[in-house]
Structures are given as C-alpha cells and as structure tokens.
Write a protein that binds this ligand. Sequence first.
Ligand code: NCD
Length: 354
Amino acid sequence: MTLTDREPQAAATALEVPIVDSPPDAQPVSWTHRHLLDVDVLSWPDIELVMRTTDAMREVLGRPIAKVPALRGTNVTILFYEASTRTRVSFEVAAKNLSADVVNIATTTSSVSKGESLVDTVRTVEALGARMLVIRHPVSGAPALAAEVFSGSVLNGGDGWHAHPTQALLDLYTIRASLGAGRDGSLAGRKVVILGDVLHSRVARSNIWTLTAAGADLWLCGPATLVRGFEAWAGRGAAAGRRFHVTTSVDEALRDADVVMALRIQRERMGSGLLPSLREYAARYGLTRERLALARPGALVMHPGPMNEGVEIAADVAAGAQSVITDQVTNGVAVRMAILYLLAGTHPVGTEVA
Ligand code: NCD
C-alpha cells in the first residue's frame, strides 16, 4: 500500500511544534512573517523557531508514514522559471508531507512562454486557488514583486544572485546537527568556509547572513574575480560584530576549518573573462582530499548541488566520509516543511494548522 492509497485521516497524525526543548530563559516566540523572501529579515528567535520546527519535521519524516494534515486543503503552487531538481522536488515533497494540494507549473509549457508577465501569472495562479506560492526566478527581486500582488504567502526558492533562504536555513540546520552547537544554538568558535563562485551565488549571500548571525567565523574564498565586492561586506559585518573574512588563498581559508562548503561555478550567470579556464580553476581552488587535509579532522564537507565533480569538488571528497551533502538534501525537506507550516499560520485566509 502506498501513502496515497490511505485515507488522509488514517495516515495523518497531528503535529505539535515542540517548544519544550528551548533553553529555560528563552521566550516562546511566534512566527509573524507572511512571506519568506530572504533570511535577513529573520531575528535570531525566528531562526531558532525554524530550527526547532525542523526538528519536529525530522521526527515526522522518521515515521512509517511521513504525512501530517497541517496544510490539508491548502493549494501550494510551485512556479519555477529556472532549472532545478532538488529544490523543486524538495518543496513538492515537503508540501505533500503536510497534505497540501500541490500544483507544479513548468514555465516552458505555461503561458509564460507566450509572454505573460510575472504579475499576470501570479494573479492567474491566485485565481486558480493558490494560497502559497513557491517561486524561483533568474531575476533578483522577482519573488518580492510577486509578494506585492499575491494575497497569500510567497516563498523564495532562489532569485538571481540575490537570495536562497531555505538553502541557508537547511545549511545552518545541517551544520548544527552534524557539529553540535552550543546550548544557545551558537556556532561561535567554528570556522566555516564558503569556497568557489561566491560572486554569482545566492546561496552564499543568504548563508553569509545566517552563519554570521549564528556566530560562526565565516571565510569566503575564491579567485579575486569571484569574491570581488565582498570585502566591503566584510568590513560592514565586522563593524556590526560579525566575524567575516574574504581571501583568495585557499590554504589560509581551509586551515583548521570546521566546515567547507564548495559552490558550483555558475557558468550560466558568468560573463567572459572571470576565469581563465575550468581546468585552471579546478587545479587552484577545487576541493581535493589534499586540500581538505588542511581542515580540522572530521571537518564537514557541504555542497548545495548541483555538483560539477572534478571542478569545484573532487568526486572522492563529495562521496567521502566527511561529506554531509545527502544530509543537506534530507534536511532540505524538513526545513521546507517547517517554513510552509510556519507561514501557513500567518495566512490571511485562515488555514487549519493541525
Ligand atoms: C543552487 C541554486 O540554484 O541556487 N542550488 C540549489 O538550489 N540547491 C546552487 C547552484 O545552482 O549552483
């Protein structure tokens, strides 16, 4: 018998978000954000609430039938204007695990290919019943524009170079779960390296926010052309008490690192002249076993995917004992369940959050 053969009521078990695990001095927080456009609007208590809700969702995922009724009757529409495997499927699985009605729109087969504007498309999917809209778009700011016209909740699944909030949250969750964090959830004293094409990376931009907020000692590393502009961020971050460095030296970055996150060279977003060749990039910046040996023993290896093995990361490192890349994928489902669940609770057209 498959999940879908069962009566939803029979399969579903009510989900309770535990707040009992919070430190005794922590104030219970309630979620107030209607949209998730980036992580920079989240306070530390908001981030902690996402982490605790994700723990609850991980527990759901461990059940024989990983389904709860929290979003029953809620239409979650997934509108992706860019290629994606894991993020799109992860949102879909997450929404289905919460019993939502999921509508997937492939922009190549929709009226978008006939020139329909983003605003028209958003109004159309709303008229067709969408109450939560997950959007990925090659243009930075597109989800924010959608949020201006959509009466439900908008979740940013990645926009241009700008932001990828659920990726940053799942990365934080994975690091905390794998390394252990302080009782306050802090990564203070942990050296975290983001290695590669930082310039074109929305993953890096969102991660910079959450990882420095968590107290990590964050290092961005790549060729000068792919980390340019971030020195100014580092200066502003340091002024705000965040630990944040930029270097072109892979040895300096990796030495004694606790976490190394490799990023894909985003060829589709790259103008010419930024890299001599991929072969040269791999030779100078690729995450190989030899380079990983500079990090702390047992340092975590991460990658948001999709990977170009042999370019930014060697195949044996990606599949090695230190890799938590598949944990990132599994945790991605739990984090997205948590975000959908929390946003549904602030929905203007009240949904039952069971
Ligand atoms: C990333 C993305 O699309 O921003 N991947 C992802 O969502 N897991 C990174 C990338 O494309 O390299």
